[in-house]
Design a protein around this ligand. Sequence first.
Ligand SMILES: Cc1cc2nc3c(=O)[nH]c(=O)nc-3n(C[C@H](O)[C@H](O)[C@H](O)COP(=O)(O)OP(=O)(O)OC[C@H]3O[C@@H](n4cnc5c(N)ncnc54)[C@H](O)[C@@H]3O)c2cc1C
Length: 460
Amino acid sequence: MPPSQKQTRLRVAICGAGIGGLTLALALSEYQDIEVEVFEAAKQLAEVGAGVGLFSRPWKVLQMLGLDQELLATTDTKPRDGPVSSFNYRKSNQPVGFQFSTLVTKGSLILLHRADFQSVILNHIPKSCRIHTSKRLRTFSQRQAGPIQLVFEDGTTTTCDVLVGADGVKSATRATMLGERVEWMRSQGREQEAADTALCIEPAWSGQVAYRTLIPVERLRGAAPRHEALTTPMQYLGKGGFVITYPVQQGKMINFVAFTFRHDLEGTQFPGPWVGPGERSKFAHVFADWEEDVQVLINCVDKTLAWAVHTVRPLRSFVSGRVALIGDAAHAMPPHQGSGAGQAIEDAYLLSRILGHPSTTPSTIARALTIHDSIRRPLSHRVAQSCRQAGRYFSFELDPSELMPRVDLSSDFGIPRRDSDEWDCLQRLHANMVRIWEWAWTTSVDDSIQEAQRLLEAMT
Ligand SMILES: Cc1cc2nc3c(=O)[nH]c(=O)nc-3n(C[C@H](O)[C@H](O)[C@H](O)COP(=O)(O)OP(=O)(O)OC[C@H]3O[C@@H](n4cnc5c(N)ncnc54)[C@H](O)[C@@H]3O)c2cc1C
């Protein structure tokens, strides 16, 4: 049927053109009877220059969306199905560090540059999907019947049948959604519940700052021709922080992130702008006594972009009526299992299948969205918890009962013998890290999609 004669079943507004919003726009473009408009606050679509790693679950989604070959052309990663060595772990908080384990995943961790990811996905989004920039959502209102009204900061308005808040950790969609819920709870005298819900409106600082940059490979090679980070994804661990590196842009650049941790400040307000220039002096002191390989990397860094890592406290629901939250807007988590973007991609794909199902119509949307919530919320909350715990492991913030009380990982104990308590302790640490991470490569999105399908059929 020519486009002019197409019947529109649903009008979907996506607020935010980040990884989640764009994936949703593309996934919905398969459905001829869904009209999609994307509203992005920024003046232009430009991703921050840094890397992103994707495990097999979101990678499978990108394959289903037909993006895999073009994405692979932008990276050095050669996807493999079997066991793959992903990251080498070193104890680096001592003058002579050492490798104590390697993370072996099932299938490769695909390492991409964010700008590449964005341009590939934009190439696939059809012209019929309108992407508006400089459109920052201020608020929305939905009544029992009739369309949802969106109000933007520039004073303009529009309407839609379904609103998807893909507007990141500071989500205006979440603020309106929870704000309404808080008012309603107060009107019912449910003061404690209202106070708990209000706490979820603003993101919480994790006590962590990530200093991110790209190091030209030639610079690192010039400083240390045999540096392991030139070829291998690495994590340099120690008390109070860690450094992660991996090659991107077909090996031309090394993605570098130094994390600093103040576990005691978790849940407090970050003093200062959340994102801004991060001079080397702001983080180098945390790693001052660490091994030479870390010093070489830090010396190759000029400027970084410093991100104060914020999270969203666990929400009781990702949906309200005909409005849904996806990605960081719903469940921003620390990035320590490389899964925030992956979770946004999974959310987007599942939601597209739910909205695309013929039984989802303006009158059934609210019920259909509860299916999305019932499947995605428990899973992403578990992932967020694991990411938090992984950060504690990487920065040696351990409950002494968890490992070996006699071993102090913050101290310099040289290179331990294989039969020592120190070595044993590090092997237990590694086993714990794998135990909480293996969901990323041992499970798949298929079960969620089938479950959604089953619940949608039951709805009709
Ligand atoms: C240091 C670091 C490393 C990371 N590494 C990884 C990794 O390796 N793997 C991984 O999976 N994840 C990683 N993540 C997490 C990942 O970046 C995020 O989870 C992911 O970008 C979330 O995507 P999103 O689309 O939900 O939100 P975002 O990417 O934040 O996009 C939100 C969009 O909404 C727009 N917007 C905001 N407010 C409004 C508004 N009011 N109206 C309209 N538009 C609005 C924004 O401009 C933005 O374009 C990392 C994060 C950090 C900080």
